[in-house]
Ligand binder design. Sequence first.
Ligand code: KG4
Ligand code: ZN
Length: 362
Amino acid sequence: MGAGTVEDPPESAGPWVLALESSCDETAAALLRGTRDLRSSIVHSQMEIHARYGGVVPELASRNHLLSMPAVVDSALHAAGCTWEEVRGICVTSGPGLLGALLVGVEYAKAAAMARDLPLVGVHHLEGHLLAPWVATALGKPAPRLPAVGLIVSGGHSSLVHVRSPGDYRILGQTLDDAAGEAFDKLARMLDLGYPGGPVVDRLAEEGDPARWSFPRALWKKGNHDFSFSGLKTAALYALRDLPEAPTLQDRRDLCASFREAVVDVLVGKTRRAVREVGARQVILTGGVACNRLLRQRMRNAAEQDGWALAVAPPELCTDNAAMIGAAGYARLWPALSRGHGFQEHNLDASASWSLESLAAA
Ligand code: KG4
Ligand code: ZN
């Protein structure tokens, strides 16, 4: 390497990097030795703690991140066969997300990096989601080709993104109210199915009749790339209210199936439209809702019909995890890593709202 120049980050067998994630209700740590060389990924879910409240309680999330983070990091180091002495850099989700929850990860990372004089970088949570399929290449999946259209659908986000190159993102559309995962969670709450609702709704929908109710496909006719799921939620509430008796198991299954059909229809339809508009040949499907069986199936069908490639990571890389944060962070950390910098990031702070478009190329 010439003086002052920085080569591309290694895909594998490079210096050890620790990645941390705590933006919502998962405390997660991962170790990587390159942008595609994942050595361990530990996710500690707080699901049971929040389940009794029907959603994430921010204060409880922060407190439990604080309690769990040291053990989660130790487990990740142990699983990777790595020691603290071998770690050369740290990356951490610094936004967007719940401020208190983010702060735990950021402050933990800062303290560890400062104590060991390691370079540190803050990672955008959605960039992590978008890059999840690259981590999956270690599992034998082909790497996505850019430019691509990314559909990020989770409990906190529903966005269509034009991914022009790593770090160069343009938001094509996003939800104007609830996120897709949030809509599934709210339906589950109406039906007393527990939290998080998405997986249960998905399972019940498999046995239901998707044509029993025809729920609205909001903003479809507008022709833009934005989403809205709050009207759908109200329509489901009315359908439930108008049942002559308390909902039977079959009523619940049908309601879940009709609801899932409407959500998936809009997500797939708008993705196809965005792909046509930007002329992409690749779609990246990511976020917790990307675990939805019907969504995966319909996206695969659309890819086949329209002639584009679909990249979707395995479910454990679609929901919140630190491996994806490592994939995004490794490249951003690389200039400091390769130049042998120590800790300089005294001003790194958590940021609850942070635009994906404000990122610079890694
Ligand atoms: O990406 P994620 O783990 O966390 C956020 O960043 O929000 O996504 C969690 C969301 C929850 O709303 C959950 O209900 C939803 O993903 N989800 C699903 C499914 N699995 C998880 N939604 C629909 N169908 C699923 N199979
Ligand atoms: Zn997420």
